[in-house]
Structures are given as C-alpha cells and as structure tokens.
Design a protein around this ligand. Structure first.
Ligand code: FDA
Length: 391
C-alpha cells in the first residue's frame, strides 16, 4: 500500500470558507489539500444571489450575527472586513454593485467569485468527487481516507458547512465529526427560511403571490423589508430574517403600515367620512391584502359611522398583527443553519478547537449565522482567513 500523501493541513469542504482558508494558508507557503464530495467547488456560491452572489455586506458587524456567544465573531470579522474582500474582487477585475441595504453583488456572475477563489488557491491541491471515508487521529496527525486516496497532516479544518439544502450536497457531517472529537454543538435549526401556516390562518393562505413592505417582529428582532405571501405561508426578506430568531410556538407580529402616524384612521374618518376601510387600506396596500385585512378586522361601515375606539383598535391591529406559524419549510429550503459547532469549543482568533490541537472549524459549520444580505459569505471569508493564518 502506498504511503499516505503528507500535507501541512487538510481542509474538508471546498465552499467559501474552505477555499478562503486554503488560499490564505497556501499563500503562506503551507502545503494544503482540500477535499469535497461534490463534483465541483463552491456550489452554494454559484447559486447564491440569484446567480450573482451577494458576496458581502458593507454593514457587516458582529451585531448582524446570531450565536450563543455574540462576541465570538468579533475578532475574525475585524481582521478580515468587507473592504478586504473588495480589494480581492478589484484585483480580479470583477465588477460589482450595491443592490440595497449594503448588499454587494457581482454585475456578471457568481462564477467569477468561484474562479477568483480558485485562482487564489493556485498553490493548494483541490480534490472534488472525493467522499470522505475515514478519519483517524493519533493525537498529533490526522489521517483522512477520501475517494481512493489517503492523506495525512498535523492540522484538519472542518469546513463542510451546515445541512441547509441537501440537494446541493449539504450534510450534517461537520456535526458528526465535531461530536467524534468531543466538541459540543448548539442545536442546529433551519434559518433564513419561509414560515408555514396552518389551516386556521386562512386569511394569509388565501393571499399567495401578494408582496408588501412590512416590519416583521419575532424573538426580540425586527426587520423592515418586503414580506411575500406564499401558498404554504409567508416568505420574502422580512420573514426570512425573523425566521432565524423565531422558535416553534412563538408568535410573529407584522406591522403592515410602517409609515402610518398614530391616529391616522381617526383623521381619515374626519376627512372622508363616507370612505370604507378596504378603500382606505387599498391606497397603501395591495388590493387583495387590503380587502382581506379589512374583512378580518370586521369594520364594514363607512368610517364616519365607526366609533373612534373601533378605529383605534383597527390601527393597533394593523400595526401589530400577530399570528403563530406552525413551522418552517425546513432544511430543504433554508438558506443557512442557525447553531452548529459551539463557539465555546473554539479560539476566536484562530478557530482552533481548544481541546483538540490541530483541529479547526470555520464557516457555516460553526454556531455563527448572519442576517440575509451577504453577511454569511463575509463570515465564511473572515473565519477562513482566521484559520488560514494559523495553519
Ligand atoms: P458551504 O456549504 O458553502 O460549503 C461546504 C462544502 O462542504 C460544500 O462544498 C459541500 O459539498 C462540502 N461537504 C459537505 N458535506 C461533506 C462531506 N460529508 N464530505 C465532503 N464534503 C462535504 N450567503 C450570502 O452571504 N450571500 C448570498 O447571496 C447567499 N445566497 C444563498 C443562496 C442559497 C440558495 C443558499 C442555500 C445559501 C446562500 N447563502 C448566501 C449562504 C451561504 O451560501 C453559506 O453561508 C456559505 O456558503 C457557507 O460557506 P461554507 O464554506 O461554510 O459552507
């Protein structure tokens, strides 16, 4: 049997975090092997941002991330910023634009980001179509059997992401490996995911296809963006954002009229006593939604005949419309995973496991999850660089 190939570091996973880590380490002269079971590297990058990859967010800061330890991401994010990534993008002459809320996208294609990362990884060996069959650790060296080959190194990096979107090759492998090495997990759950509604929420389920700007609130977080009614429940950026904070059994509250001043319906009554609620709401909301909300509120009379108290109650309801989702569309539709390898197990400078020297974990595998809008890639780049500098 041939002797195992020897490397300074083996990185499991050729996604954004693994490739960034490989590029950083290889450029420091390390001999690096990247292994991935998928047929090509960076598959999530390729499909991200509708094929244009929302590769970072200029507002990336620790308070835009969920983690059991909200301070954990601070060091890596400070040492590798969106501007550092933009320098790389400029070096590779990739044109980009800001779409909204600090979200930066390629003008052309997400393929340019993958090509850029592969170019930066020129000094590393990348093997795709290499399912990992076995991992041994003798206390100092890791031995990995993948595909037909065996490789050894004193450092092993877990960069296999989370289980969101299994059909793209996503697995819970990072968690299995972490458990094997005695690292604790924070319970993983789907995030940035559409919420589903039960049959009792007939109001919302009848509005499939309607979109409107709202403020959505859940679990102490609030986001002002668009919400979209679907045939299963609710989606759209505002809902995806709050889904990361939402827990089963909790209510979600929606403010449908974020620009409305207190007393606006009473004012409307004085100015237009003959108008009815669906027409008034229809001036600010899509007609189907306006009709459905007015029907549920049950104010059929002309505003001039409605008591002020009823109008005030309607205002309050429209600003704080509570409903309880019966679940989410799950890992099959989740853009990311909240939870993962506990940050308490890792050094925030290097991402190395405290109790297993030489073992590192980066990217989505770790219990650090960003908001929608380029934050998750920024974490993948930053944590990849932090580990790459320590290999
Ligand atoms: P990632 O999942 O990218 O990579 C893990 C790698 O490990 C994969 O290549 C996988 O094949 C490999 N792997 C898994 N299990 C393995 C095993 N058992 N053996 C071997 N290899 C294994 N974020 C953002 O900031 N902007 C955006 O525009 C988007 N858009 C977006 C769209 C969609 C549809 C999804 C699903 C996700 C996004 N995201 C996003 C989130 C973003 O894609 C995600 O946070 C990063 O890809 C995480 O990077 P990682 O490298 O950690 O994992």
């Amino acid at each position: 049997m041939p002797a195992p190939a020897s490397f300074d570091a083996i990185i499991l996973g050729a996604g954004g975090a693994g490739l960034m880590c490989a590029a950083t380490a290889a450029q420091r002269g390390r001999k690096v092997l990247v292994l991935d079971h998928a047929p090509e590297p960076g598959r999530k990058i390729l499909i991200s941002g509708g094929g244009r990859c929302n590769f970072t967010n200029i507002g990336a800061a620790p308070d835009r991330y969920l983690s059991a330890n909200p301070h954990f991401a601070r060091s890596a994010l400070a040492r590798y910023t969106p501007h550092d990534f933009l320098e790389l993008v400029a070096k590779h002459r990739i044109a980009w634009h800001e779409k909204t809320l600090g979200q930066l996208f390629c003008d052309g294609s997400a393929r340019q980001i993958v090509a850029m990362l592969l170019g930066e990884c020129a000094g590393a060996t990348i093997r795709c179509d290499a399912p990992i069959r076995d991992i041994d650790h003798d206390g100092t060296r890791f031995r990995v059997t993948a595909g037909e080959g065996v490789a050894e190194a004193p450092a092993l990096v877990i960069a296999t992401g989370g289980p969101s979107i299994p059909k793209l090759g996503a697995t819970g492998f990072a968690y299995e490996l972490a458990k094997r090495f005695g690292l604790k997990l924070v319970e993983p759950r789907p995030a940035l995911v559409p919420l589903t509604l039960g049959a009792d929420e007939t109001l919302f389920r009848s509005l499939s296809g309607v979109a409107t700007p709202v403020e959505a609130r859940a679990g102490g977080a609030a986001f002002r963006e668009a919400a979209l009614f679907t045939h299963k429940g609710m989606s759209g950026p505002a809902i995806l954002q709050v889904s990361s904070y939402w827990r089963h059994g909790q209510a979600v509250a929606i403010d449908f009229l974020t620009q409305a001043r207190p007393g606006w319906l009473r004012d409307a009554k004085r100015q237009r006593p003959r108008a009815k609620l669906p027409a008034i709401l229809g001036e600010q909301l899509p007609a189907r939604l306006a009709d459905a909300l007015a029907e549920r509120i049950g104010l059929a009379a002309e505003l001039g005949n409605a008591p002020d108290k009823a109008l005030e109650a309607a205002e309050r309801r429209l600003a704080d419309w509570a409903f309880t989702p019966n679940g989410t569309e799950g890992f099959a539709k989740a853009e990311v995973t909240v939870g993962g390898i506990s940050t308490a197990e890792l050094s925030q400078q290097t991402m190395e496991a405290r109790k297993v020297p030489g073992l590192f974990a980066i990217g989505e595998a770790v219990d650090v999850t960003g908001w929608l809008g380029g934050y998750n890639f920024q974490w993948a780049w930053a944590s990849g660089v932090a580990a790459g500098q320590a290999l």
